[in-house]
Ligand binder design. Structure first.
Ligand SMILES: C[S@@+](CC[C@H](N)C(=O)[O-])C[C@H]1O[C@@H](n2cnc3c(N)ncnc32)[C@H](O)[C@@H]1O
Length: 274
């Protein structure tokens, strides 16, 4: 992907990025599990996971549907799919299968009880059209459940200069290569426009502190993924970010201030195909 490819996917599929996705997935797992429980993901169901990345959402769903169910993860990156296959096999989840495909081009004769996804509609140029197309693979009465960020909903107290720099960098990167950081607040409208009944929403926003600092480490690792692109595209200077010392400086700054960071809420929405 070149820096001027504005329709590309900003995070790529390097080994470091896939490891970051796994770490982030552990952080988000309670929020996603809460959404899937509310949406009624249950033993024996067939689930289609869109934009499956390193396989975490598929594996979470696979544990909920059990050995009698099945989960198909769809993902454009071969490297991510290979990682997901290896991890699902190691986790003893043969009910998980992964396919390499572009969401817009994915086809199957199978019909599913649920279509799910996390942090994927935000990358779709037209999320309504994408959702509408995915409904074709869903059995009548089937569940649609997606979870997306509301980045503007993140708040730190007191202000941290370094967290502000991270937020500014993330906004710059996602504005440069398409990515809707506030897709979470557009979920209700997106579901309705795709022809679904009014979705129920579940908001999940962990608080990060020096006692539970994982969110700070995830922020620093996201900056590691984004820095080459930010610098190459001239959006930020390397010395502004100082990636090699960012994690240490971030932890020092927030610890020093007794900082609390309300993480970008993950807005989960679920509805049923009429
Ligand atoms: C932010 S990651 C989220 C991965 C996973 N859902 C999770 O929450 O851990 C988004 C994933 O969607 C994939 N992706 C983005 N656009 C896609 C498209 N148009 N078709 C298929 N996969 C896509 C990316 O390669 C990436 O692995």
């Amino acid at each position: 992907m070149t820096s001027d490819d504005r329709s590309g996917y900003v995070l790529g599929d390097s080994r470091t990025e896939l490891e970051r996705l796994e770490r982030q997935a552990r952080f988000y797992a309670p929020g996603t599990e809460a959404l899937f429980k509310a949406a009624g993901i249950a033993p024996g169901q067939r689930v289609l996971d869109i934009g499956s990345g390193a396989g975490d959402v598929s594996m979470l769903a696979a544990r909920m549907v059990g050995p009698e169910g099945r989960v198909v993860g769809v993902e454009r990156s071969l490297q991510a799919v290979e990682t997901a296959r290896t991890r699902a096999a190691a986790a003893g989840l043969p009910q998980c299968r992964f396919e390499v495909a572009e969401i817009d081009a994915f086809e199957t004769e199978e019909r599913f009880d649920a279509v799910v996804g996390r942090l994927i509609l935000m990358y779709m140029p037209d999320p309504v059209a994408a959702l509408r197309r995915l409904l074709r693979f869903l059995a009548p009465g089937g569940v649609v459940a997606f979870q997306e960020l509301y980045f503007s909903g993140a708040r730190g107290y007191p202000q941290s200069a370094l967290m502000d720099t991270c937020e500014r960098a993330i906004r710059a990167a996602f504005a440069h290569v398409h990515g809707d950081l506030d897709m979470g607040v557009r979920m209700f409208e997106t579901f309705c426009k795709a022809g679904l009944p009014d979705p129920k929403l579940i908001n999940w926003a962990p608080a990060v502190t020096r006692a539970e600092p994982e969110g700070y480490y995830i922020m620093a690792s996201l900056m590691r993924t984004l820095t080459p692109m930010l610098v190459q595209a001239g959006l930020m200077r390397e010395d502004e970010i100082g990636i090699d010392t960012l994690e240490r400086r971030l932890i020092e700054e927030v610890s020093d201030k007794g900082h609390i960071y309300i993480w970008s809420p993950l807005v989960g929405a679920w509805s049923r195909k009429p």
